[in-house]
Design a protein around this ligand. Sequence first.
Ligand SMILES: C[S@@+](CC[C@H](N)C(=O)[O-])C[C@H]1O[C@@H](n2cnc3c(N)ncnc32)[C@H](O)[C@@H]1O
Length: 399
Amino acid sequence: MTDKTGDASFALAQSRRLDALLRREAETQGGQLPFDRFMELALYAPELGYYTGGARKFGPEGDFITAPLLSPLFGRTLARQCAQVLEVLAGGEILELGAGTGDLAVDLLEGLRAEAQLLERYLILEISPELRDRQRSRIAQRAPHLLEKVHWLDRLPPRFRGLILGNEVVDALPVHRFCIGEGGEVLEVFARPLPESWEDVLDQPISPGLEESVRALQAQGFVREPGYCSEIHLRFAPWMRALSESLAQGMILLIDYGYPRAAYYHPSRSQGTLLCHARHQAHENPYLYPGLQDISAQVDFSALADAGQSAGLYLAGFTTQAHFLLGCGLDENLGEALAAGADPNVLLGAKQLLLPTGMGERFQVIAFTRGLDPALTWRGFGLRDLRGRLGQGANRQMG
Ligand SMILES: C[S@@+](CC[C@H](N)C(=O)[O-])C[C@H]1O[C@@H](n2cnc3c(N)ncnc32)[C@H](O)[C@@H]1O
C-alpha cells in the first residue's frame, strides 16, 4: 500500500468519504447511530477507517506512542513471561493481536532467543491491511532473519497452543455509551450528524443488553446519579468467547490502560473515559475528522475478567504494568543492556514504562489461562497479585 500519510489533502478527502459513509448509515438507522457503531466505522471501515486507512498512527510523526515504541526493554522483558509459558507447555506458538508497527514482535523474538526458547511460529492477527504491510517491512528491516518465523492470519486459529498477546488492543474495541436520565432512566448515547459535524444525542436504548448491563452496575452500587455518563464494554463478552474458543491450552495476556470497576465507575469519573488522539494531542471529542484520529476508552478490567471467566477461562493474574515488568526482571534486562553499551536513553524509556505517572500504574496486565495448573506462579504476577481488586466474580475456578 502506498504511504500517503503525509498528504494532507488526500487525508481530508478520505475523511470526507468516511463522513459520507457514516451519514448514509445513520440515515438507514433512523437518523442516528449507536455510538459503538460510529466508533467501529471511524476506526475500521474498509480502507477509510483510522486503522484500516492510511493514517500514520504510531511514533513521533504519528498520533500516539505505545510501550514497544518507548523502549525495546518492554518486549525483551515480556519475552521472559512468554518463555515461562512456552517452557510449561514444552513448546507452542505466540499469537500477537494487533501488532502495531511490528516492533514488539521483533523485541519479543530477540528476547526469546536470549532465553534460549524454541518458539515454533510467531503469528500475527492484524485487521488493518496498512499495518500488516508496515509490520512486514519493519521486521524485514530490523531483523530479516526472524521474518521466516512470522505468519499473518486472517482469523483466530483453531486449537491454538501457546500465548495470545495483545498490547493496547482492548482499548481499541468499540464501546457503547450511556447516561442516567433525570428520572433515573437508562439512556443510550447516539451519534447524530449535523450539517458540518456530529453530536451526541441521548435516546431510549436500542443496543441489546445495554439497559440490563447498566442496571446490573447499579445493583452493585455504581452509576446511580442522574446525569452520570460513561461507557460500557458490551463487546468484551463475544471477543473473549472467540479467544477462549481458539485457545486449546496456554495463556491470554492483555495489557492496556484502565481500572477495576470501582475506579472506572467512580463518582468523580461522571463523564466517562473516552480518549481521542491526533498528532500527540489528547482530547475527548470523537467527532473531529472521522478516520484521522484514534478513538479509545479506558478498559474496565473487572468487565474483562468477567467476560474471560464466563467464557470458561481461568483468571490467572492481574497487576500493574510496573509490577508485571519488574516481576519479569526488567531491572536485569536494563542492567544487561547498559553493560552491553546501550544508549543511556534506554534508562529514560525504562522509567516511562515503570513510573506511576508514566505507564507504570495507568497500565494494567491481565492473564487468563486454559489447561495450565492454577497453582503455578507466573513471573509477571509473582510480585503483586491484584486480582482481589477486580471485585465480584473474580477468582472463579475455571480454565
Ligand atoms: C492502539 S494499537 C496498538 C498496537 C500495538 N499492539 C502497540 O502496542 O503498538 C491497536 C491495534 O489493535 C488492532 N486491532 C483492533 N481490533 C482488533 C481485533 N479485534 N483483533 C486484532 N487486532 C485488532 C489495530 O488494528 C491496531 O493494530
